[in-house]
Design a protein around this ligand. Structure first.
Ligand SMILES: [Mg+2]
Length: 244
């Protein structure tokens, strides 16, 4: 799907129309792989876990040290396999140690905001839209780090028209949580825009909220994700979503 050159204008017009109608326009923004690039977080964690579990001189540790951004797949196991690691027991141990750190607060500071994401969020918020950060991250282990990384990056948070919506428990299904959440968000005002990187999430959200403009950002997503539904635009980053 080619980017729609009118996308930024359409988003702006939807926001204005809602404001003119006296209803707060709602914008739904995913975090992982959408506002933030998580590859630096995964790289840092893989560096630590290979050094700790395999030792600093192990071939796999050395290989991880040399990985570049483009070498990463959505799953760390797929990344390691694509680099020639096939010992299932080693893969299991590394994946297990990676997950404990990835799904916690301590390493979130390594995420990098996707190009244009901070500026876009600020622009929409200053125009009068309400920002709903809707993430599959869970509150118990990730809320503090998530607040810190959003604030440190400069995203509007903790003030009027900003909401951080996280799963109350890790085991909850991401898609079911997000579908339920958009049903509640739309009670506050019309949802004008939904940005996510994962077709598993974006397809059902676009179906649940047909009045919104759904957009996928082209970052990593699972290999087994379904094809993106027809008509959903794909952009490389957030510069395509705000008029220059
Ligand atoms: Mg995501």
């Amino acid at each position: 799907m080619t980017p729609n050159p009118d996308l930024a204008r359409r988003i702006h017009e939807r926001i204005r129309a809602a404001l003119d109608a006296g209803r707060p326009p709602q914008i739904v923004l995913d975090l992982d792989g959408t506002l933030f690039d998580n590859v630096p977080r995964t790289h840092r964690i893989l560096l630590e876990v290979t050094r700790e579990l395999l030792g600093p001189d192990d071939d796999i540790t050395r290989m991880v040290e040399g990985l570049e951004e483009g070498d990463f797949e959505y799953s760390p196991v797929d990344t390691l396999r694509s680099q020639g690691v096939h010992d299932e027991e080693v893969l299991f141990r590394l994946r297990d140690a990676w997950a404990t750190r990835f799904f916690g607060s301590s390493y979130l500071g390594h995420d990098l905001p996707l190009t244009g994401s901070i500026e876009a969020a600020k622009t929409w918020w200053e125009t009068g839209a309400e920002l709903n950060y809707l993430t599959g991250r869970h509150v118990p282990e990730m809320v503090l780090g998530t607040c810190s990384s959003l604030l440190d990056a400069g995203f509007p948070l903790g003030t009027i028209r900003t909401h951080l919506l996280m799963k109350p428990a890790a085991e909850m299904n991401d898609v079911e949580f997000k579908v339920e959440a958009v049903g509640l968000i739309r009670n506050k005002g019309p949802i004008v825009l939904i940005v996510d990187n994962d077709p598993r999430v974006l397809n059902p959200l676009a179906e649940a909220v047909p009045e919104a403009i759904p957009v996928r950002v082209r970052t990593l997503h699972p290999k087994d994700a379904p094809t993106l539904a027809d008509g959903i635009p794909v952009v490389d980053d957030f510069r395509a979503l705000v008029a220059g």
